[in-house]
Design a protein around this ligand. Structure first.
Ligand SMILES: NC(=O)c1ccc[n+]([C@@H]2O[C@H](COP(=O)([O-])OP(=O)(O)OC[C@H]3O[C@@H](n4cnc5c(N)ncnc54)[C@H](O)[C@@H]3O)[C@@H](O)[C@H]2O)c1
Ligand SMILES: [Zn+2]
Length: 681
């Protein structure tokens, strides 16, 4: 590279980084991930080291943070508030250890005070005669913003120190430094509320904390769940005797009444530090605040003094950071995946990128609303986040980097797997394929449900066999079960001819069913056993149910608008009807439900409630029998209840019935009733 192009690159980097600094420190709304900032920062540092002549005094590498905002009163720091150098990998920490030895012309193993690197913002808090008199942000390191009133609203920061300076409990004048941050609980609660109120959420806890603290109106700060940990000292009046090590000094600060992070420990040498780093990385996910690495400080204060500092950072400390959890990448495409229950999820296909410790090429985009919220297009540069074991997410779009040929993301109007209609119900975020019985993506789930105990209850047809049958392409829908031959079944792994024959017989036996069981077996969303029974009793035939419109569906007890819509879209999808017809063709049958004449419905007009456990029969059978006699079966006891049937271990419903004077029947009473009216159960 020619000097010209190097000088041009340097000035480019200075401009870009200054711009990022402004967005981050002054506006508290960064536009690129820290990893990108750090990369450019290091590139600039390296160029400046190689070409010292080209060093611009205005370079971000020579400065701390961002300038204090005019809207705040300014505070000059008596001792500058510096930044920290950082190490990204083990070798860089080892190099740091060597560097300090070289500087001190020694060859020792240092003791370090090891601290988590809290992800918030630095503040300085001055106490005089034990009273909090002033608090300030770091600003550019020399001048910060006066945020005293805001800091006073933080609950864990005492307005008065413990004891008295006369008794030597604390210095007459002392400046405590530390990090103000948001707890994760507080951050999530804030964003949940913002979502409900339609107000702006916080981008992340660090910028949330900074934005909350740097408010002219301290009432706003007061309403945010800010917290604080002290990690150092600024000015301290002479009369007080400070300890000789950094860690002990933090204990002194704690004794003044300020909170200090409980994870802080002393470790020896490179090995000790690496252990701490490893332990704290493992603990990271369980902490209620964000940390982005560790801070390692030479513990001995005399050595600290000897090492001193450079323009923007002390020589005796380093931030050894965790691998970035957020990175920049490009959205190459969006694929739509269909889940077991038909939910269609857009999956972002991104340029592979190393983030959160692994290479990521897919991220979830959740649903159509999320795509809209992000305003994301194919071709966009995006910030991707992978924290812990959580599925990678797209956090935001870097609009400045949108290419001219960026494409709008089209949400499919039919299922990408089976081409059936999709539905998105009002108030639901998820779009689903409606062909539950037919869709390849939902096949296994549908057949397992169909064969399950409360549905067709096919003996010997467990989940594993269904998986094999589908994987071997022997069945595509529940209807295919009934044409399976013994030979086909015995071709499966670990399936002898005898078990295969048993399964064929069990399938044959299961063909005789009831309309309500059949309906339940279809796996229509939110149509459980009870709803299926109500539908069957109300409409009597499958044809009636298929042809029912919204208005008549919602007259059925248990069926609300949502269930009615699920029924309508299920029966509207012709692929489902094909499978139903095949099932009937393959011999599934049920007795016609005759609407009995009123004379045959001796319980007409009576409302029953069932509670407790029954010994002789299932709840559904009992309900079925009562309904067949004309009774209504309700879910809860009220003044309108005529009888409560109380099985064993009846609880609150029994008490309530007794309170209301509702007659209570035993299971035996009910069985006699059935006998009397000739109901076989
Ligand atoms: N995304 C962006 O656009 C953007 C812009 C500017 C800066 N940044 C990020 O900020 C970093 C630089 O910020 P910085 O100068 O504040 O440095 P820093 O955050 O890397 O380190 C210094 C700061 O660490 C904090 N800290 C947390 N725990 C500490 C502890 N136990 N002891 C001492 N200090 C502790 C203090 O606030 C201190 O001021 C960059 O590396 C980058 O990641 C990002
Ligand atoms: Zn489908």
């Amino acid at each position: 590279m020619s000097t010209d192009s190097i000088s041009q690159r340097i000035s480019e980097l200075v401009t870009t980084l200054s711009d990022y600094n402004y967005q981050y420190y002054v506006l508290d709304t960064p536009t690129v991930p820290d990893a990108e900032y750090d990369r450019l920062f290091r590139e600039l540092q390296a160029l400046e080291a190689q070409y010292p002549d080209l060093l611009n005094p205005q370079s971000p590498t020579q400065k701390v943070g961002g300038a204090a905002l005019d809207k705040f009163e300014q505070v000059s720091h008596e001792v500058p508030m510096l930044s920290l150098d950082n190490a990204m990998v083990e070798d860089e920490f080892v190099a740091f250890h060597k560097r300090i030895n070289d500087r001190l012309k020694t060859d020792q193993i240092f003791e370090f005070c090891c601290e988590p690197k809290l992800d918030g913002l630095a503040v300085s808090i001055l106490y005089e005669d034990g009273k909090l008199v002033r608090a300030a942000t770091r600003g550019d390191g020399a001048v910060g913003e006066n945020i005293t009133e805001n800091v006073k609203t933080i609950k864990s920061i005492p307005l008065s120190l413990i004891g008295s300076s006369d008794n030597g409990n604390y210095p007459q004048r002392v400046e405590i430094r530390g990090e103000v941050f948001l707890s994760l609980d507080g951050f999530h609660a804030f964003n949940q509320k913002a979502k409900e109120n339609g107000t702006k959420p916080m981008v992340n806890p660090r910028n949330g904390a900074a934005g909350s603290l740097r408010q002219l109106d301290s009432k706003i700060s007061a309403a945010r769940p800010l917290a604080f940990y002290a990690y150092g000292l600024g000015v301290v009046s002479d009369e007080f005797e400070l300890a000789d090590t950094h860690c002990e000094r933090l204990q002194q600060v704690k004794s003044f009444g300020l909170p200090v992070c409980p994870e802080i420990t002393v470790a020896k040498g490179i090995e000790g530090v690496l252990d701490f780093y490893k332990n704290i990385s493992e603990k990271r996910a369980s902490l209620n605040y964000e940390i982005d690495g560790t801070v390692l400080k030479v513990n001995d204060i005399d050595l600290q003094a000897e090492l001193g500092f450079v323009a923007r950072a002390p020589r005796w400390a380093i931030a050894y950071k965790f691998p970035a959890q957020e990175e920049l990448t490009v959205l190459n495409d969006v694929e739509f995946q269909v889940g077991r229950t038909g939910a269609i999820t857009p999956v972002a296909k991104v340029q592979p990128v190393f983030v959160g410790g692994v290479t990521v090429s897919n991220a979830t985009l959740h649903n159509a609303e999320e795509i809209e919220r992000l305003g994301i297009m194919i071709g966009d540069t995006v910030i991707i986040r992978r924290a812990g074991d959580v599925i990678p997410q797209i956090v935001s779009v870097v609009l400045d980097k949108r290419p001219d040929d960026a494409r709008v993301i089209q949400f499919p109007t039919s299922c990408p797997v089976c081409d059936s209609k999709v539905e998105k119900l009002e108030g639901e975020a998820v779009t689903r394929c409606t062909a539950g019985l037919f869709c390849g993506a939902q096949r296994k789930q549908a057949i397992k449900h169909f064969a399950s105990r409360k549905a067709f209850d096919v003996d010997g047809l467990g989940d594993k066999i269904v998986d094999q049958l589908v994987d071997e392409n022997l069945i595509q829908s529940p209807a295919d079960l009934f044409v399976l031959t013994q030979e086909q079944i015995s071709s499966l792994e670990r399936m002898g001819p005898k078990s295969a024959q048993n399964l064929v017989t069990a399938l044959e036996d299961s063909k005789a069913t009831t309309l309500s069981k059949f309906l339940y077996s279809l796996g229509i969303r939110e149509v459980g056993e009870a709803t299926a029974l109500n539908l069957a009793n109300h409409f009597q035939t499958l044809e009636n149910i298929q042809q029912a419109d919204f208005d008549s569906l919602i007259t059925v007890s248990d069926v609300g608008a949502i269930v009615a819509n699920h029924l309508l879209s299920f029966f509207k999808e012709s692929h489902n009807i094909d499978v139903i017809n095949q099932l009937v063709d393959n011999g599934i049958n049920w007795p016609f439900i005759e609407k009995k004449a009123e004379s045959e419905q001796p319980l007409l007009g009576l409302t029953y409630v069932l509670t407790g456990s029954l010994n002789e029969m299932g709840r559904i059978e009992a309900k079925n029998a009562l309904v067949s006699l004309g009774a209504k079966v309700a879910g809860s006891v009220s003044a309108k209840t005529d009888f409560l049937v109380a099985g064993e271990k009846s609880g609150s419903k029994l008490t309530k019935a007794q309170d209301l004077g509702v007659p209570v029947l035993t299971e035996q009473d009910m069985l006699e009733l059935f006998k009397k009216y000739g109901v076989n159960v």
